[in-house]
Design a binder for this molecule. Structure first.
Ligand SMILES: *[C@@H]1O[C@H](CO)[C@@H](O)[C@H](O)[C@H]1NC(C)=O
Ligand SMILES: *[C@@H]1O[C@H](CO)[C@@H](O)[C@H](O)[C@H]1NC(C)=O
Ligand SMILES: *[C@@H]1O[C@H](CO)[C@@H](O)[C@H](O)[C@H]1NC(C)=O
Ligand SMILES: *[C@@H]1O[C@H](CO)[C@@H](O)[C@H](O)[C@H]1NC(C)=O
Ligand SMILES: *[C@@H]1O[C@H](CO)[C@@H](O)[C@H](O)[C@H]1NC(C)=O
Ligand SMILES: *[C@@H]1O[C@H](CO)[C@@H](O)[C@H](O)[C@H]1NC(C)=O
Ligand SMILES: *[C@@H]1O[C@H](CO)[C@@H](O)[C@H](O)[C@H]1NC(C)=O
Length: 821
C-alpha cells in the first residue's frame, strides 16, 4: 500500500475516460487498410491453425472433471464472525447457474459471490475474514451485465474444460468480470493499491457478440500485490473499427499475470499500474496488442504478438510535453507479421528526463515493419525486417556503466545470462500447477487428516504427520481454507506437493519463536543436505503476536537445474489481520512516541534461502509486513517490526524470482549474499513507514554475518537521521545477479509522506541499492525505479547514481545498470 492521492487516481482516471469512451481516435480503419497491403505478402497459416487448435481442444475437454470440483469442501474462514456457517467454497451451479449457453446466468453467479456477509465494493474497505472461491464447472455461462468481484475472491474455472463466460449482444457493464466496480462519484472501491489476495483462473471470456463498435471489455482489473490472472483466453472482434478490449487496468500496485491469450480487439490489453510483471501473454489480430497508458515500471516476459498493427504502444507524451509512462522492460518475446513492434514517444528532449524509458532484450522479429517507431513523427528508431531477426538488446533512457548517466537510444551489449537459468535462449518459466490430470483420490485433505485450521487449535503434530505420510505416499497435500496454528517448526519433506484453497494460513505462535537471538523456522522446506523437488502453491505463512524469533519460511532443499522446485502464490503476511494479535488495537502507528512496543516484533526473517538450497523457481510471491489493518474500516496504519525480508545465501544459486515483492522489513527487503545465478523481475519493495523512528538499527540486534551495517555503509554521517533505513536491495559477494525491472520505494519518514512528494528537499532515505565492489561480478539491472531515496545505487560507500539526475513520472529511473566487472 501507499498513498494514492498523487499518482493513484488523478492521471489514470483521465486516461481511462478517454479510452473507455472511445474518444481517442487513432484512424483505425485507415491503419488496417494500410496494414492489409503490408500483410498481403506474409500469409501464415500458423495463426489460423492455432485458433482452430484452441477451439477444438475446448470441445474435446467439455466432459472432463477436475479434482477440486469433486473433493470434499470443508474449508473455513477461522476468524469470520460465524466460521461454522460461512462458506469459503461456492459452486455457481449451486446458486442456479446453468452454464447451458442460453440461460442468463448473471444473477446466479452474482449471488454465489455475494452470498453471506462479504466485502462488497463500496460497502467495505477490505477484509481478511471473508475469503471465498467461486467455482465454475465446464459450461457456457451467458452474462448480460458485469460479474462484480468482491474483496479476497477467487474466480476459478475447470482447467480441463475452460468455462466460457459469454457476453450477450446488449451486454451492459465495464468488464464481463469487473474486479473493482466504479462507485457513484467516480471512485474505484477499496483503493486500488489495497486490493490483495485474489485470483481469476481458467476461463474463456467471449465478447464477440457485443457489437464491434462498442467498447466491450473482458476484465476490469485494478489490483495490487498477491493477485493473479492465469490461463484465460479473451475472444474479441477483429472487424475493422473494433473497439473491444480484453483487459483494462488503470490503477493499483501490482501484481502478476500469466498464460493469457488474446484474439482480436482494438486493444488486447490496456495497462496502467505502478508496476507489474506479465509473463507468457499471446496476442493475435489486435489493432494494438498492449496499450500502456501510465506506469512507473513494467516487466514484460515472454510476450508474443502476432498479426497486430502495433505491439506495445507506450507513446503517451501529453499536450504538456510530458510522458505519462515511466518505463518498460521487455524481453524473451516475439513479434510476427506486425507493422510496429514498439511505438514510443521518448526522445532526447522528453520530460521528465527519463520518461518513457524502454529496455528490450532477446526479442525475435518475423516480418515486422518497424521494430521501434517514434510515434510523434512515425519515424524509425530501430528498423524491422521482412525476414527474421533478433533484437539482442536495445535501450532508450539513462544508462550507468557503472558511471553515468548516459542518455541513450541505441543497441547495447545484452546482459550475460548464465546457461543454468535458461531454457533455450529464454529464462526458464514454469506456471503454477493445477494438477488437472490427477483424480481427487490423489489428494489428502489436512482437515480430513485431523488438522483443525480454526486459528485456535495447535495443529503442529497433525500437519507434520500428514505432510510426512503424503510425501512418502506420493499424494498431493490439500490445505483446506483455514488458519493453522503451529507452535514449533513444520518440515515440508522432499517430494512434497502442496496446494492451498483460497490462501490457507500457517500461523506461528508461542514461546518457541520468541527469542530474537535464536531464530527458528516456522516452515522449513527440507533439511540442510536434502535434495529433491517440492512444489508449493496458493498459501500463506504468518505469525501470531510477539514472534521476534520466527523465520517464516526457510528453504534448505537442493534441487537440480533440470528439475527445480517451485513456489507459486506463496506469501508471508505479518500482522494486520483479525486473529494475528498484531492488529490496530495491538500495534497502532505511534509517530509521536519513540518507544518500541516489543509485542509488535514479529518475523526475524520473512524468507531465508539458505546456503544448501538451490534451483528454486518463485512466481508471484509477496513477503508483506502489514502497514495497515486489513479488517479496520479506516485501514488504520500500524507499526509491526519484522527484521528482514528475503535473504538468499544459496551457494549454487539458480533462483528465479518472477513477480516478487518484499515490503516493510526493518533492515533490508532483498539481500543476496555469497550467491550466484539469480534472475529477478520485477522486484518491488517498500521501506517501513515508521523509519527513522526508530532507525533500521532497531529493534533487531545486528547480525554481523549477514546484515548490512549502517555504521559502515552509511554514506553520509552515520548519525544522519535518514541514513540507517532499510535497503531495498543489497548484493554482497555474489555473481550473475540479473534484475529485469525493480520498483524500490520509500514513501514515508516517521509516517509523513512529504519526503517523497515531487520536488521534496529532503528525501525519505539516503540509499536504496547497495552492492560491494570487491566481490560482486555481473550484477545488472534493467528498469530500476526508486522513490524517496537520495542515492539510487551505492557501491560500498560511493554513491553511483543520484535521484535528481534521473527523474521520471514519479520515481527516478535508470533503464540499464551494470557494474562493469
Ligand atoms: C509462420 O510463423 C511462424 C512463427 O509464428 C514461423 O515459425 C513459420 O515459419 C511461419 N511460416 C511461414 C510459412 O511463414
Ligand atoms: C503459456 O501459456 C499457455 C496457455 O495460455 C500454456 O499452454 C503454456 O504452457 C505457457 N508457456 C509457458 C512457457 O509458461
Ligand atoms: C490478421 O488480423 C486481421 C484483423 O486485424 C484479420 O482480419 C486477419 O484474418 C488476420 N490474419 C490472420 C492470418 O489471422
Ligand atoms: C504511435 O504513437 C503516436 C503518438 O506518439 C500515435 O499518434 C500513433 O497513432 C501511434 N501509432 C500507431 C500505429 O498506433
Ligand atoms: C546470522 O546470520 C547467519 C547467516 O545468515 C545465520 O547463519 C545466523 O544464524 C544468524 N544469527 C542469528 C543470531 O540470527
Ligand atoms: C492474543 O490476544 C488475546 C486477546 O488480547 C490474548 O488473550 C492472547 O493471549 C494473545 N495471544 C497471543 C499468542 O499473543
Ligand atoms: C514524528 O512525527 C511526529 C508528528 O507526527 C512528531 O511529533 C515526532 O516528534 C516525530 N518523531 C521523530 C522521532 O521524528
Amino acid at each position: 500500500m501507499h498513498f494514492t492521492s498523487i499518482i493513484g487516481l488523478a492521471i489514470p482516471l483521465a486516461l481511462a475516460e478517454k479510452l473507455v469512451i472511445p474518444a481517442v481516435e487513432k484512424a483505425v480503419s485507415l491503419q488496417l487498410a494500410e496494414f492489409s497491403d503490408y500483410y498481403a505478402d506474409a500469409t501464415n497459416e500458423t495463426l489460423h491453425s492455432q485458433a482452430a487448435h484452441d477451439a477444438r481442444s475446448i470441445e474435446e475437454r467439455q466432459t472432463s472433471t477436475y479434482w477440486y470440483e469433486t473433493i470434499a469442501h470443508q474449508g473455513i474462514s477461522a476468524f469470520n464472525a460465524d466460521p461454522t456457517t460461512y462458506k469459503v467454497y461456492r459452486n455457481v451451479k449451486d446458486y442456479g447457474a446453468k452454464g447451458d449457453g442460453t440461460t442468463d446466468d448473471t444473477i446466479a453467479i452474482q449471488s454465489a459471490i455475494g452470498d453471506q456477509d462479504r466485502c462488497a465494493p463500496g460497502a467495505c474497505a477490505s477484509s481478511s475474514t471473508t475469503n471465498a472461491i467461486v467455482y465454475f464447472p465446464a459450461g457456457t455461462y451467458v452474462v448480460s451485465s458485469s460479474i462484480i468481484s468482491y474483496y479476497a475472491t477467487h474466480l476459478v474455472g475447470n482447467p480441463n474444460s475452460l468455462p466460457i463466460l459469454k457476453a450477450t449482444a446488449n451486454f451492459n457493464g465495464f468488464g464481463v468480470i469487473d474486479g473493482a466496480q466504479y462507485q457513484a462519484g467516480g471512485a474505484l472501491p477499496y483503493g486500488a493499491t489495497n486490493i490483495f489476495w485474489r485470483q481469476i483462473k481458467n476461463f474463456v471470456i467471449d465478447i464477440t457478440a457485443i457489437p464491434a463498435s462498442t467498447a466491450g471489455t473482458g476484465i476490469h482489473w485494478p489490483t495490487s500485490q498477491a493477485t493473479s490472472l492465469q490461463n484465460i483466453i479473451f475472444k474479441m472482434s477483429s472487424n475493422a473499427g473494433t473497439q473491444h478490449q480484453g483487459l483494462f487496468i488503470e490503477d493499483g500496485s501490482g501484481g502478476f499475470m500469466n498464460d493469457l491469450i488474446f484474439y482480436g480487439g482494438k486493444y488486447g490489453a490496456v495497462f496502467g499500474n505502478q508496476q507489474f510483471t506479465v509473463r507468457n501473454l499471446t496476442f493475435y489480430n489486435a489493432v494494438t496488442a498492449v496499450s500502456q497508458i501510465w506506469n512507473w515500471g513494467w516487466t514484460f516476459q515472454g510476450i508474443s504478438v502476432n498479426n497486430c498493427t502495433v505491439g506495445l504502444d507506450m507513446a503517451t507524451r501529453a499536450d504538456d510535453g510530458k510522458e505519462t509512462v515511466g518505463s518498460a522492460t521487455f524481453f524473451d518475446g516475439s513479434f510476427t507479421n506486425t507493422q510496429i513492434a514498439f511505438n514510443i514517444s521518448r526522445s532526447s528532449t522528453s520530460l521528465p528526463v527519463t520518461g518513457g524509458s524502454l529496455a528490450i532484450e532477446n526479442v525475435v522479429l518475423n516480418n515486422v515493419g518497424t521494430a521501434v517507431s517514434y510515434g510523434p513523427t512515425a519515424s524509425t528508431l530501430l528498423a524491422g525486417t521482412t525476414g527474421s531477426s533478433t533484437i539482442t538488446s536495445w535501450v532508450s533512457g539513462q544508462v550507468y556503466h557503472p558511471n553515468g548517466p548516459n542518455k541513450v537510444a541505441s543497441t547495447q551489449t545484452p546482459f550475460t545470462r548464465p546457461a543454468s537459468l535458461l531454457s533455450g535462449t529464454k529464462f526458464y518459466q514454469r506456471s503454477k500447477p493445477s494438477y488437472a490430470d490427477l483424480a481427487s483420490s490423489s489428494f489428502v485433505s489436512v482437515r480430513a487428516g485431523g488438522a483443525k485450521g480454526d486459528g485456535k487449535t495447535d495443529d503442529t503434530a497433525a500437519l507434520q504427520s500428514i505432510l510426512t505420510s503424503a510425501a512418502a505416499a506420493g499424494k498431493v497435500v490439500y490445505f483446506d481454507a483455514g488458519t493453522y496454528i503451529v507452535t514449533s517448526t513444520l518440515l515440508i519433506p522432499v517430494k512434497s506437493k502442496i496446494v492451498g484453497e483460497a490462501y490457507p494460513v500457517i500461523m506461528s505462535s508461542g514461546t518457541f519463536f520468541a527469542d530474537v537471538n535464536n531464530p527458528k523456522p516456522v516452515v522449513k522446506v527440507g533439511n540442510a543436505g536434502d535434495s529433491g523437488v517440492v512444489e508449493w502453491s496458493d498459501m500463506m505463512v504468518s505469525a501470531k503476536g510477539a514472534q521476534p524469533g520466527a523465520i517464516l519460511i526457510q528453504w534448505n532443499l537442493a534441487s537440480t537445474s533440470g528439475s527445480p522446485s517451485g513456489m507459486w502464490d506463496v506469501h508471508t503476511r505479518i500482522g494486520g489481520t483479525a486473529g494475528s494479535n498484531l492488529s490496530y488495537a495491538d500495534c497502532p502507528a505511534t509517530p509521536s512516541s519513540t518507544t518500541v512496543n516489543n509485542n509488535c516484533r514479529a518475523g526475524n526473517i520473512a524468507m531465508h534461502i539458505t546456503s544448501s538450497a538451490s534451483n528454486l523457481y518463485m512466481e508471484n510471491v509477496w513477503l508483506w509486513t502489514a502497514d495497515h489493518d486489513i479488517d479496520d474500516a479506516k485501514l488504520s496504519q500500524i507499526t509491526i517490526y519484522a527484521g528482514r525480508g528475503l535473504l538468499v545465501e544459496s551457494t549454487v544459486g539458480n533462483i528465479w524470482m518472477v513477480g516478487t515483492s518484499v515490503e516493510h522489513h526493518v533492515r533490508y527487503q532483498y539481500l543476496f549474499r555469497n550467491t550466484q545465478n539469480i534472475y529477478a523481475g520485477q522486484i518491488q519493495t517498500e521501506t517501513p513507514y515508521f523509519q527513522p523512528n526508530p532507525s533500521a538499527r532497531s529493534p533487531y540486534p545486528l547480525n554481523t554475518t549477514s546484515d548490512p551495517s549502517f555504521d559502515v555503509s552509511c554514506p553520509v554521517a552515520t548519525s544522519a537521521p535518514n541514513c540507517a533505513e532499510a535497503w531495498g536491495l543489497v548484493v554482497k559477494a555474489s555473481k550473475n545477479v540479473l534484475v529485469y525491472g525493480a520498483g524500490l520505494y520509500s514513501f514515508y519518514s516517521n509516517y509523513s509522506t512529504s519526503c517523497s512528494a515531487t520536488g521534496a528537499d529532503t528525501l525519505c532515505q539516503q540509499g536504496m541499492v547497495l552492492y560491494d565492489a570487491a566481490a560482486t561480478t555481473n550484477f545488472r539491472m534493467y528498469g530500476l525505479n526508486t522513490v524517496g531515496a537520495y542515492g539510487m545505487i551505492y557501491k560500498d560507500t560511493v554513491r553511483m547514481a543520484t535521484y535528481s539526475y534521473n527523474v521520471n513520472v514519479y520515481p527516478s529511473s535508470i533503464i540499464s545498470f551494470d557494474n562493469a566487472v
